[in-house]
Design a protein around this ligand. Structure first.
Ligand SMILES: CC(C)(COP(=O)(O)OP(=O)(O)OC[C@H]1O[C@@H](n2cnc3c(N)ncnc32)[C@H](O)[C@@H]1OP(=O)(O)O)[C@@H](O)C(=O)NCCC(=O)NCCS
Length: 199
């Protein structure tokens, strides 16, 4: 079943709050194959460490996005190379921990609305040191990959056996979108090095 939303204007975006905890848990269990611990749900609905958004329609949550901004040094090893070395230790990256939309409301721009809200927040003058937005996705999650690619994310790395899901290891990809002048390693210097070495 697909719901006709009519106007996207009827959808509101707000921050998650502790009262959302049980609903968020229920939705994530439907959307994601990964089991998150209870403390994770507590944190994403109450801690200011996370940028946690809900898209609501008639006061019901129909979409969620949870992101966290961290410095380069706090990125996992497999994500450490996302940003060019020309950015110092004060550069930050935003990691999307989860994004999901209730099945019946998909393909109505809700995921994009949530992502745009995050991007608006990250591109304000005071957050110019945030140079990239990145995430991990199962290699079998074609809908999500199409979504990210439509939104100009590019595949960064293949992550073999990255996920442990119900006792099975599954492959993932990382995806990245550079913002605020961010760029991957070598973008400008690499061609120059090639010229020097071949010259
Ligand atoms: C990924 C997800 C959040 C996208 O949300 P959404 O609200 O449907 O996304 P949008 O409507 O903003 O889609 C924007 C564009 O992305 C692309 N896209 C989104 N879903 C797609 C799909 N299933 N197949 C192909 N392209 C898709 C389309 O280009 C779409 O634009 P269009 O509808 O005008 O063609 C949603 O599919 C979802 O909740 N999936 C389950 C949870 C999940 O896997 N999350 C990601 C974990 S990494």
């Amino acid at each position: 079943m697909t719901i006709n939303l009519g106007l996207l204007n009827d959808v509101q975006v707000r921050f998650l709050c502790p009262a959302d905890l049980e609903e968020v848990k229920r939705l994530c269990r439907v959307w994601f194959p990964i089991e998150y611990p209870d403390v994770w749900y507590d944190e994403i609905t109450s801690s200011t460490r996370f940028f946690s958004l809900a898209a609501t329609f008639n006061k019901n949550i129909i979409g969620l996005l949870v992101a966290e901004v961290k410095t380069k040094s706090l990125c996992n090893k497999e994500d450490a190379g996302i940003l060019s070395f020309r950015f110092g230790d004060d550069a930050t990256l935003a990691y999307i921990l989860s994004i999901g939309v209730v099945q019946e409301y998909r393909r109505h721009g809700i995921g994009s609305l949530l992502l745009d809200s995050l991007l608006c927040h990250l591109t304000t003058p005071e957050r110019q040191n945030c140079k990239a937005v990145y995430l991990h996705v199962l290699t079998t999650n074609f809908a999500a990959m199409q979504f990210y690619e439509k939104r100009r994310f590019t595949q960064f790395r293949y992550l073999p056996l990255y996920y442990a899901i119900k006792g099975t290891h599954r492959d993932g990809f990382s995806y990245v979108l550079y913002i605020n002048g961010g760029e991957p390693p070598w973008t400008f210097i690499y061609p120059f090095i090639i010229l020097v070495h071949s010259g």
